[in-house]
Design a protein around this ligand. Structure first.
Ligand code: BT5
Length: 324
């Protein structure tokens, strides 16, 4: 029954503000007009704004700010990504759920979204601040047929996809800081975490975690991140649509992944370099065992950062925190 309710919501969303008559909905869904009316009531209780005008029908005038499948899927422009979508109001981490789902043979492009994470994580077991309903806390399960060592490139593919989506939906112009930060005026608005499941046959699943600060106010951030974090709303001065952002991120991620699989990393690398604040700058790279200072010269075709130290040597950095 909830499935019919959701499909009906989708039908009204696709009508794009035009009224759809109760009779037409009844015919399309093979239910009575009274049943249609009950589904409409259910939707209204969930926060969907639907007006009904005699002889014309039902018009959708507002959708709740939720990331549930019914709100995301109808206007999705992808072929596969997001077609299977697990939505939770709260969880420890969408990465954990995605890892579990990945073992159950869910399809390429399966998405996990949660309104809140109680133990959101960054790289190296760091915490990720995930206030309820304010951001996009999303994990995407991909099953690309690529060798293990190419997995880090997906962090860069995801970063370019998120930047394009932010530009498209909000008009803001974020930068990328290698490897996984997206910044607005030097403050972090998005972090990306790429994890994988592999066996002797290679990669079974890539789990791409995206944490995007959408509508936080300053007070929604914990003291630990207040000084280094920002949200799209804070920068733009008005709320942004999380639903449109999710759809746009999935659209670009599917598109750029296809380009990457067909043509290799070169095209993605060009876009990435266009958005990067890191290349050409003096940087300090903190790694687990050492710290290097030098000029960030380029990224390789594998996505490895090349730093030239003052002694003229070129160092390939696979993972680090970059200070500029
Ligand atoms: C990251 O790690 O930037 C990857 C973050 C990935 C989060 C997503 S949310 C969906 C999925 N489920 C998860 O549990 N995780 C993924 P890293 O580069 O290690 O940066 C972590 C650091 O960023 C922290 O140590 C803080 O300093 C800072 N930070 C934490 N929360 C933040 C936030 N909401 N906004 C900006 N900075 C934050």
């Amino acid at each position: 029954n909830i499935i019919v309710t959701n499909k009906l919501a989708g039908r009204l969303m696709e009508a794009d503000g035009e009224p759809v008559s109760g009779q037409q909905l009844a015919d399309e869904f093979g239910i009575s007009r009274t049943a249609v009316w009950k589904h409409i009531k259910d939707l209204q209780e969930k926060g969907y704004e639907i007006s009904s005008i005699k002889k014309k029908g039902y018009t959708l005038t507002g959708i709740p700010d939720s990331l549930e499948a019914a709100a995301i899927q109808p206007l999705l422009k992808t072929v596969r990504y997001g077609k299977t979508l697990e939505y939770l109001s709260s969880c420890e981490s969408t990465q954990i759920i995605a890892h579990q789902l990945a073992q159950q043979l869910v399809p390429d492009g399966t998405v996990v979204l949660s309104e809140e994470q109680t133990a959101g994580r960054g790289r190296m077991a760091r915490k990720w601040d995930s206030a309820h309903g304010k951001g996009i806390w999303m994990s995407i399960i991909l099953r690309p047929d690529i060798p293990l060592q190419r997995a880090p490139q997906f962090t860069l593919i995801a970063a370019v996809s998120v930047v394009r989506a932010i530009e498209e939906v909000t008009g803001l112009n974020p930068d990328i800081k290698w490897p996984n930060d997206i910044l607005l005026n030097g403050k972090k608005c998005t972090g990306i975490l790429t994890e994988l499941q592999s066996d002797a046959d290679g990669i079974q699943a890539l789990i791409i975690g995206i944490g995007l600060n959408a509508n936080q106010e300053m007070e929604d951030f914990s003291d630990e991140v207040k000084d280094i974090a920002t949200s799209l709303k804070l920068k733009k001065g008005s709320p942004v649509s999380r639903q449109e952002l999710v759809r746009s991120i999935l659209y670009y991620l599917e598109l750029y992944t296809a380009i990457y699989i067909d043509e290799g990393f070169a095209a993605i690398k060009l876009m990435w370099e266009g958005y990067s604040t890191t290349i050409g700058k003096p940087v300090r790279a903190r790694m687990a065992k050492e710290t290097l200072e030098g000029i960030a010269e380029s990224i390789t075709d594998e996505g490895v950062l090349q730093i030239r130290t003052p002694d003229g040597k070129l160092h390939g950095i696979y993972s680090a925190d970059i200070e500029m």
